[in-house]
Write a protein that binds this ligand. Structure first.
Ligand SMILES: CC(C)(COP(=O)(O)OP(=O)(O)OC[C@H]1O[C@@H](n2cnc3c(N)ncnc32)[C@H](O)[C@@H]1OP(=O)(O)O)[C@@H](O)C(=O)NCCC(=O)NCCS
Length: 339
C-alpha cells in the first residue's frame, strides 16, 4: 500500500461581467486602437472573457471556487489543513491571498453554524500561469510526507487589473476567474485514484519576455504595473517546454501518451494547445478547451477548465488526466493523475 493524494472535488468561479471580442473592439476603438473578432479568433481562439468589477478581488473568486469544490467533495472546511493559492494578482502585497481566503471561508462556515477552518497552513505560490501546476505539486508533496491530509489547491486571478488597454497585443488575451480542487490523502496499491507524477521547472533568464515590471516602493508604484509580453518568443518557448514536461510525467509514471484520456492544458492560446497535442499525437477531442470562453486566466485556467470538464461529464472517475502549464518566469510543468 502506498500514500497518494487524489482530487475529491472541483469548483470554479467566473465574474458576472462577460466581454465578447465585439465588446473589446468597441472598448479599444474608444482609445483609437483597432482590433477585430477575426484577428483575435484566428490568432488565439478566444471569443470571450470575464472581468471583475471594482469591488471583487482574487480571494472573492477563490472563495466561490473553494465553496463549490468543498461541496463537490462532501468535505467540511474544518477537515482542510492546507490552502495553497496560485496567483500573480493577489489582493494585497501581503498577507497572502490564501490567508484572506481562509478567513472568508471560515466566516461563511461559522455563519452557517459549521466549524471554521483557521489553523492549517495557508500560502500563495507565485509561478504566473504555471501557478496551479506548482501549487498542486507542492500540495501533493506535503500530503505524501504526512504534513497535510486535506488541501484546497486554488488558482485565482484578476488579470484585468494588470492589463494595459492601450496595448492591443496583450489586452485581448486575458481574463479573470478562479478554480479549485480538494486534494486528499488516500492509500492503495497503485490502482486507485491519485497524482501519479509531477514535473516543475523554471528558467529565470526569460524574465523579460512576459512580466509586469513595476513594483511598490516608498508608497509609490515604481515602473510600469501592466503586463508586457513578447508574444512570439513566448509562443516558441511554450510549445517546446510543454512537450518536455508532458513526456517527463509520462516517463515517471510508466505511461505513454496513448494512456491519457484527457489533456487539460493551460488555456493561453488554441494554437499552443494544438501544437502540444500534435507533438504528443493526441487528437484534439482529448483536449479540454475553454480558452474560447475564458481567455487566458493565468493560474486559474487549468482548474477552471478541469471543473468544467468534470461538471459537464467529460472527465470521469478512473480516467487518466494530464494537466500542464507554462508562464512568466519562465516557469512550466505538468501533473499526471488518475481521477
Ligand atoms: C500574441 C500572439 C497572439 C500574436 O500573434 P502573432 O501571430 O505572433 O502576431 P504578431 O505579434 O506577429 O502581430 C501580427 C500583426 O498583428 C497586429 N496585432 C497585434 N495585436 C492585434 C490585435 N489585437 N488586433 C489586431 N491586430 C493586432 C500586430 O501589430 C502586427 O501587425 P504588423 O504586421 O502590421 O506589425 C501570439 O504571438 C501568441 O499567441 N503568443 C503567445 C502568447 C501567450 O500565450 N501568452 C501567455 C503565455 S502564458
Amino acid at each position: 500500500m502506498a500514500l497518494y493524494s487524489r482530487i475529491s472535488g472541483t469548483g470554479s468561479a467566473l465574474p458576472a461581467r462577460r466581454l465578447t471580442n465585439a465588446d473589446l473592439v468597441t472598448l479599444l476603438a474608444e482609445r483609437g486602437l483597432e482590433t477585430s473578432d477575426e484577428w483575435i479568433v484566428e490568432r488565439t481562439g478566444i471569443r470571450a472573457r470575464h472581468f471583475v468589477d471594482a469591488d471583487t478581488n482574487a480571494s472573492d473568486l477563490a472563495f466561490k471556487a473553494c465553496e463549490a469544490a468543498l461541496q463537490a467533495a462532501g468535505c467540511p472546511l474544518s477537515d482542510i489543513d492546507l490552502i495553497v493559492v496560485g496567483t500573480s494578482t493577489p489582493d494585497m502585497v501581503f498577507p497572502s491571498t490564501a490567508t484572506i481566503l481562509q478567513n472568508k471561508l471560515t466566516q461563511a462556515a461559522l455563519a452557517r453554524g459549521e466549524a471554521g477552518g483557521a489553523g492549517g497552513a495557508a500560502f500563495d505560490v507565485q509561478a504566473v500561469c504555471s501557478g496551479f501546476v506548482y501549487a498542486l505539486t507542492l500540495a501533493d508533496a506535503l500530503i505524501k510526507t504526512g504534513t497535510a491530509h486535506k488541501a484546497l489547491v486554488v488558482g485565482a486571478e484578476v488579470f484585468s487589473r494588470i492589463l494595459d488597454f492601450n496595448d492591443r497585443t496583450t489586452c485581448v488575451l486575458f481574463g479573470d476567474g478562479a478554480g479549485a480542487v480538494v486534494l486528499e490523502a488516500c492509500e492503495h496499491d497503485g490502482s486507485g485514484p491519485g497524482i501519479l507524477a509531477t514535473d516543475i521547472h523554471a528558467d529565470g533568464k526569460h524574465t523579460g519576455i512576459l512580466c509586469v515590471p513595476g513594483t511598490v516602493s516608498g508608497g509609490q508604484v515604481l515602473g510600469d504595473p501592466t503586463l508586457k509580453m513578447d508574444g512570439q518568443a513566448v509562443f516558441k518557448l511554450a510549445v517546446g517546454v510543454l512537450e518536455d514536461a508532458a513526456r517527463a510525467v509520462l516517463d515517471k509514471a510508466g505511461k505513454t501518451a496513448a494512456d491519457v484520456d484527457w489533456l487539460v492544458p493551460h488555456q493561453a492560446n488554441i494554437r499552443i494547445m494544438q501544437g502540444t497535442a500534435r507533438k504528443l499525437k493526441l487528437p484534439m477531442d482529448k483536449v479540454v478547451v475553454t480558452v474560447d470562453q475564458h481567455g487566458n486566466t493565468s493560474a486559474a485556467s487549468i482548474p477552471l477548465a478541469l471543473d468544467e470538464a468534470v461538471r459537464s461529464g467529460k472527465v470521469l472517475p478512473g480516467q487518466i488526466v494530464m494537466l500542464e502549464g507554462v508562464g512568466g518566469g519562465f516557469t512550466w510543468g505538468a501533473v499526471l493523475l488518475k481521477m
